[in-house]
Design a protein around this ligand. Structure first.
Ligand code: NAD
Length: 337
């Protein structure tokens, strides 16, 4: 860690340049050149320099930003409610520190319930339903402006084009992850190899590359799936929704929206850590790729009290798993740490 301001400034600038380049390769080109573990280390180093030297903080630092810019090949969609990122915890101690920060802010030590969700490794997507019909889908982009990918999302087999039942809000924005299950990813790469096509580094890149196709016929052939993890815009505003996030997800399920079967709830940080261990043990046997788990304060009114910081909510955190592979070799893709 840099100890003088001058050294820290030079290191922060170098890290910012490097991270901006990684972001461009990952979010815009769907072609990362380094493993996520290295990206995460660089980002953590930048965040700790900015913490140690607050005079180096800047709103244009990649530590303050969400994702990447929208590709101009697609029509742009401005999100009515920004699509943010998540803070990360890389070990149990930082997960418990997250819990303590919440209790300190609430000035209440009573254990809260958390919604516990696998952190699917795909692409964040917003799907808008009007009067029960799917009318628009968009990528997260930079959190404010995403890409209109409606025709591509319509081809995803488990995305309902119409909601079930009748008692749903007139406008309902469903947010979730588009991902490629492991089996489909392997089959796609086998096919690509046999046909001299592009081989994808991991299911996340395959999902992103498949979803951001200009020709939706290509997307239709790719084995993509969607699982919802939150709601965005709901109109009318006074539409009665359950008080807890987990119950809202269940409500989405009743309207026919697909949910990850491994979501659960837990009491306090201790319960969250038990969930983390359970999912970590299951990780290799799950049909989809995950890079951690996400914990969200379940009570929406407590979420509202806690609010947001620049790029992430205070009431949620992603606890990342240890890097599965630091070195991946895949034909034209080579990651070295
Ligand atoms: P993030 O991955 O840390 O977390 C936010 C995202 O998690 C959401 O946008 C959503 O898509 C996803 N998510 C999955 N399940 C979820 C759930 N149940 N609830 C809420 N969100 C859920 O943040 P990010 O900004 O999307 O990406 C940053 C990460 O991407 C980095 O930590 C790094 O691992 C990777 N990355 C890698 C490179 C590279 O070059 N290798 C570059 C940029 C980013």
């Amino acid at each position: 860690m840099s100890d003088s301001l001058e050294q820290a400034k030079a290191r922060a600038e170098s890290l910012r340049g490097q991270i901006n380049e990684y972001n461009y390769q990952y979010y815009v080109l769907d072609a990362p050149t380094v493993p996520d573990a290295q990206y995460d280390r660089d980002m953590q180093e930048l965040i700790s320099i900015e913490k140690q030297f607050p005079e180096l903080q800047s709103v244009s630092s990649p530590s303050q930003k969400v994702g990447g810019s929208a590709l101009s090949a697609f029509e742009q969609v401005t999100h009515e409610v920004p699509m943010l990122s998540l803070d990360n915890a890389f070990d149990d101690v930082s997960l418990l520190a997250f819990e303590k920060r919440i209790y300190d802010r609430l000035k209440d030590n009573k254990a809260l319930s958390f919604s516990c969700e696998p952190k699917l490794d795909g692409l964040a997507v917003s799907i808008l339903y009007e009067n029960g019909e799917m009318v628009r889908a968009a990528t997260r982009g930079d959190g404010q402006v995403g890409e209109n990918i409606t025709t591509n999302v319509r081809t995803i087999a488990n995305v309902p084009l119409k909601l079930r039942g009748e008692n749903y809000p007139s406008r309902l924005e469903v947010r979730g992850e588009v991902f490629m299950p492991k089996k489909g990813f392997e089959a796609l790469n086998d096919y690509q190899r046999a046909n001299d096509g592009k081989v994808f580094a991991n299911p996340r890149n395959a999902a992103a590359g498949s979803l951001r196709q200009l020709d939706s016929k290509v997307t239709a052939k790719r084995p993509l799936m969607f699982y919802a993890y939150s709601l965005g815009v709901v109109t009318p505003e006074d539409f009665e929704l359950p008080r807890y996030h987990s119950a809202r997800l269940a409500q989405l399920g009743d309207w026919g929206i697909p949910l990850c079967p491994d979501i659960d709830t837990a009491e306090g940080g201790k319960g969250c850590l038990e969930y983390y261990q359970r999912i970590l043990t299951l990780r290799d046997d799950l049909p989809y790729d995950i890079d951690g788990v996400v914990f969200k304060v379940d009570d929406i009114s407590v979420q509202q009290t806690l609010g947001f910081v620049a790029r992430a909510p205070r009431w949620a955190i992603a606890q990342k798993f240890p890097a599965q592979e630091e070195i991946t070799k895949l034909l034209d893709v080579e990651f070295q740490v």
